[in-house]
Design a protein around this ligand. Sequence first.
Ligand SMILES: Nc1nc2c(ncn2[C@@H]2O[C@H](COP(=O)(O)OP(=O)(O)OP(=O)(O)O)[C@@H](O)[C@H]2O)c(=O)[nH]1
Ligand SMILES: [Mg+2]
Length: 460
Amino acid sequence: MFSEKTITALVTAPVTQNIALIRISGPETYNLIRKIFDHPLPEYPQKKPQLVVGNIINQNKEIIDQVLLLCFYKPHSFTGEDVIEISCHGNLFIVNQILRLILENGTELAKEGEFTKQAFFNDKLNLIQAQAINDLIRAPTLSASKLALHNLNPQTQKEFTKLLKIIADQLLKIIAIIEVNIDYPEYDGVEYLTGKAALNRLQKIRRELEKLLSLGQQARIYQEGVKVAIIGKPNVGKSTLLNALLQEEKAIVSSLAGTTRDVIEGKYNLKGIPLILFDTAGIRKAKNIVEKIGVSRSQKVLKKAELTFFLLDNSRAWSQEDTKIWKLVKNKKIVIIINKTDLKKKLKLPNEILAKNPVSINAKREEIKGLEAGVEKLLTKNLGNIHSPYPFLSHSWQQSKLQELAKKIDEIIQALKQEIPLDVVSGDLKIIFHLLKELSGKEYNEKLLDVIFSEFCLGK
Ligand SMILES: Nc1nc2c(ncn2[C@@H]2O[C@H](COP(=O)(O)OP(=O)(O)OP(=O)(O)O)[C@@H](O)[C@H]2O)c(=O)[nH]1
Ligand SMILES: [Mg+2]
């Protein structure tokens, strides 16, 4: 489905820079450029992109800029449309003049992700790949960008299509046999499908889905990061730990209890997993209004954190404050950290805490290797190897489709286990087919397109 619209946008950031890139895509691209460019364009059509040097000129034939055009021809472009990319000088006065000229000559300003949307409608990529492009642009670490590249790879899509086809074929077989069984119960030329045989097939599919679900969740950790609350009573060294991890003096450190009042955020790359760290005010019975606000903010951070660092001070005895905080964090995913191990030990840990394998550190001297290893182990405990021939279905729309599918198959498995006749479940199998199509990233509805492309930047 080729576009009737020609769209344009500044692809590079709208700031002064050496070179800026403007992209035009759609049926009017070449006609339009002929009106504002003073050199002949390469002959049409060609498979390979062509480079042309020349000047962008206005209606009065005044030169606006000397530019380089990269010309692509339908369907051999990213969007599948005629595309020209203009590399111009990155002065925003120049960029804006060129953009205005393009818009005046019959194009529309592209919306977020609209070029990628054109590519999707022209079958250049499916929705899983479209999402992967955005992931690649936003990847917070090298590991996250590798996951996005894996999803973008056509080979990955091929493998996934194969897997979905195997699942669909298995289901078709079940449906076909159910229907023969219903229509010709006496016909013994076909395999009589007992509930048990169908059950085995479905359980195999279910296991495959479980793998896809869990790999997607793992990938999410690398893409989105993990929110970590650094919690503890005042003066245990929370801010010192934050600074040691970030390798900068981000938070004020002092020997006064109650130094940190506000939440201080920092990003840390733990072997490819982005940690979003929140240093908080020490939790204790607040002495004044400002401290009260600080403690209440700490508790809010604790609520939304996916991981908690519970800090204890090796040089002080276990106190009531520690007990209170322990009650707040004990049911969360936590790492218990004993700080100030360079000082004389006064801390005697309750058995409950000892059982959680606390990690010892010296934040002041930045001796935190044990912590890094512990956190990595904890976060990657269920991760196994983040390798798969299939795409990592980490986004909420992908996870929810997988879950819907798993739920439907579970229901059928339950029905079969209770020996409900197979014809009763054949309707459900048809719903599953639809879900499989949606999962392939080729089926879409407007709502889903909005969800995916609204996250894109302008010009992509
Ligand atoms: N000896 C020693 N001192 C430390 C260590 N870590 C932190 N400190 C000291 O402990 C004091 C308190 O450190 P902070 O990092 O401000 O403690 P905090 O938990 O952020 O305190 P609040 O913000 O008041 O809740 C400072 O004087 C630090 O230099 C450590 O490992 N060893
Ligand atoms: Mg502090």
